[in-house]
Ligand binder design. Structure first.
Ligand code: AP5
Length: 224
């Protein structure tokens, strides 16, 4: 099963993708995590991406597409994947369609479903302002809605928690502007392709996940 999670910054893509991928035994590919990992390692890709990320802008398409296509060619993606944070522009979506058409021509199968997690702007700002992330495994927490059991420590791996630089209010505003300008047109792109399912992203994390899972199980039954 090949699935895209689409939504604004803070919509809960990472929170939901990690759990849904575990449950459906799919690879979880998050381009934001890949860029942050490259930055931590100080690679040329990481340094380049940092210039854009700290301003809340998108990393250029040619860099992002090359990184993503290399990643999804790895064996763990062969049985399916959830893409979290990719594509984010029409150019990226077209590059993905082209690559999947080529790789999967024999099975005549491309993206199965695009889950659009819808959350209003006021809620997005609250979520990003209170978010904490594990330095080791990237699990997201929220100081009010999803606090860790021990302050500052990840429940899953014990790693230390930190706040992302791009979660500062001015950068969040720019990320939301960029989302509405460059990424939101993908909603129509995938709706026209008959792949889009809208899920209400406001509510308890478990309830949102149940909706996503039932949508995926219904929508793709028999396709994988
Ligand atoms: P990326 O890391 O992908 O950030 P993003 O899309 O802005 O998304 P977020 O991680 O902020 O939010 P999310 O939807 O995953 O929400 P989360 O689950 O954490 O990208 C960062 C940067 O990298 C970009 O700005 C860009 O520069 C670059 N980049 C990445 N991909 C790119 C691409 N394809 N092209 C070009 N550039 C790219 O949840 C948020 C918070 O809410 C958490 O605290 C969580 O605990 C809480 N929460 C989650 N669900 C709920 C709920 N139901 N109720 C209450 N709280 C909730």
């Amino acid at each position: 099963m090949y699935v895209i999670f689409l939504g604004a910054p803070g919509a809960g893509k990472g929170t939901q993708a990690a759990e849904v991928a575990r449950e459906l035994k799919l690879a979880h590919i998050a381009t934001g995590d890949m860029f942050r990992d490259a930055q931590k390692k100080g690679t040329p890709l990481g340094l380049k991406a940092k210039e854009y990320m700290e301003q809340g802008k998108l990393v250029p398409d040619e860099i992002t597409v090359a990184m993503l296509l290399e990643r999804i060619a790895a064996p763990d993606c062969a049985h399916g994947m959830i893409l979290d944070g990719f594509p984010r522009t029409i150019t990226q979506a077209e590059a993905l369609d082209k690559a999947l058409d080529k790789a999967l021509a024999r099975q005549a199968k491309g993206i199965d479903a695009v889950v659009y997690i819808k959350v209003d702007e006021e809620e997005l700002a609250k979520r990003l302002g209170g978010r904490w992330i594990c330095r080791q495994c990237q699990a997201p927490y929220h100081e009010l809605s999803a606090p860790p059991k021990v302050t500052g420590k990840c429940d899953r791996c014990g790693g230390s928690l930190y706040q992302r630089d791009d979660d500062k209010p001015a950068t969040v505003r720019e990320r939301l502007n960029v989302y509405f300008r460059q990424t939101a047109p993908l909603i129509d792109y995938y709706r026209k392709a008959g792949k889009l399912t809208e899920v209400d992203g406001v509510g308890a994390v478990d309830a949102v996940r149940k909706n996503i899972l039932s949508t995926l199980k219904k929508g793709t039954a028999g396709r994988n």
